[in-house]
Design a protein around this ligand. Structure first.
Ligand code: PHE
Length: 336
């Protein structure tokens, strides 16, 4: 009887050790320890064992039951954790997925163009200067020789913050701020936002300008022209045709507007189409402006110019509406 029990134990231990599947392991448990299993069979045979031997055989059977149970439990734990690991790996990684890319931004087209402009003037000695967006009427108009009855001061053009304070309508007030701070020679380039009550395909209520100012002894209109030609030929290409047209600004005398002959692909006709495009305003600094900042206008002369960065960007990239530039639709922004 005892041999039978030992033999069954050996068999069970070997079967468990060889088992690598949870379902199979359960079958083994049922086969050896189940209610109709081999151990139950053996215990049923206890009736045939003599009364003296019975306790010892019964004890041996119990020990075997415990040892088989322990081995099965240990095996079960091992197989379960192996299965969990396998599942975790399978669920965590889909090896066929492409890598996840982090979307990368870049500089806005307006900033790209503004930096390019600053870079071109930087190379010929202009330094960057800046001033506030919220400006007093004095800096935005009066100091720039713009009398209070000038059309530019009409409330239709100017955002009024409170009496005497406006959103600057151009970057020219920074000319005054710079000249109040430093004595000639001055050569500055002034990028910044400006604001006007105006909104259509070519006008936005907020847009970007770059202003230039150069003051020294003996500066002439030829210097102004040479500087702007250099800029236009660098920015738009060396063969760009340029036209200076007489104009009026209260703070420059004489004043001019500058056009370039811009050739674009003709979308309908197939060939190319050229037209004159106004790109900037400029002139010689008005003596009244020098007076307002305490510069000796007998000794010094200078020139100033200003243009819309958006206009430069639109011409350069063939952008049809200024609203694209400021709506920040990614389908547009990502093209630059
Ligand atoms: N401030 C003018 C404008 O906004 C441009 C300009 C600047 C003209 C400097 C002459 C000199 O229209």
């Amino acid at each position: 009887m005892k041999d039978k029990i030992t033999g069954m134990e050996q068999e069970a231990l070997a079967a468990v050790a060889a088992c690598s599947d949870l379902k199979l392991l359960e079958e083994i448990r049922v086969r050896f320890l189940g209610r109709k299993g081999l151990l139950t069979d053996i215990l049923r045979g206890l009736a045939t064992v003599s009364a003296e031997e019975r306790p010892a055989v019964g004890q041996a059977a119990n020990l075997v039951k415990e040892s088989i149970t322990a081995v099965i439990d240990a095996r079960k734990a091992l197989l379960e954790s192996a299965l969990e690991d396998k599942q975790a790996v399978e669920e965590a990684y889909d090896w066929t997925l492409p890598g996840r890319c982090v979307p990368q931004g870049h500089m806005h087209v307006i900033n790209q163009v503004a930096r390019e402009i600053i870079e071109i003037f930087g190379q010929i000695g202009f330094q960057v200067a800046q001033g506030p967006d919220v400006e007093t009427e004095y800096y935005n108009f009066d100091a720039l020789n713009t009398p209070s009855d000038h059309p530019a001061r009409d409330s239709h053009d100017t955002f009024l913050v409170k009496p005497g304070v406006v959103l600057r309508t151009h970057t020219s007030p920074v000319q005054i701020r710079v000249m109040e701070q430093v004595k000639p020679p001055v050569a500055v380039i002034i990028p910044g936002r400006v604001y006007r009550v105006d909104y259509d395909a070519t006008h936005s209520p907020m847009f970007f300008q770059v202003e230039g100012l150069l003051v020294d002894e003996g500066v002439t209109f030829a210097d102004l022209k040479g500087t702007l030609m250099h800029f236009i030929h660098t920015f738009f290409g060396p063969h760009t045709q340029v036209r200076f047209r007489p104009h009026f600004f209260p703070f420059t005398e004489p004043s001019a507007e500058v056009d370039i002959l811009w050739t674009a692909d003709d979308r309908h006709g197939g060939g190319t189409k050229s037209r004159w495009l106004e790109v900037l305003g400029c002139g010689m600094v008005h003596p009244e402006v020098f007076k307002n900042v305490g510069y000796d206008y007998e000794k010094y002369s200078g020139f100033a110019f200003g243009f819309g960065v958006d206009r430069m960007a639109m011409v350069r990239h063939g952008i049809s509406s200024i609203s694209h530039v400021y709506e920040n639709d990614l389908r547009f922004v990502e093209q630059f």
